[in-house]
Ligand binder design. Sequence first.
Ligand code: SF4
Length: 99
Amino acid sequence: MTVTPRAPEPTDLTKNQFRSSKGRTIAMMRVVVDLEKCQDHGQCAFSAPQVFALDENGRLSFRSAATDTFVSADLDESLRDDVEEAAEACPLQAIEVEG
Ligand code: SF4
């Protein structure tokens, strides 16, 4: 039996989107924090406390998970406004929002 590979179907999805099993388009969003730029000012924690926090030593909590660059897990789209505000508020421009 010969199997003919199928051409990929055209899609309107961007590289940061995928289709759920129920056919819904889901956007993926992540934050990337340059921990070498970050100086633990904490403005991000005020803008998006669901994502950013300072630890008991007043340092960005992501420092326990990474040394130079922290990449978050996929974040819910409902957090977009807050994380974009955090990126704008960061005085060191250490935060990027991907997706
Ligand atoms: S606002 Fe910027 S510099 Fe301040 S803790 Fe957040 S990422 Fe770091």
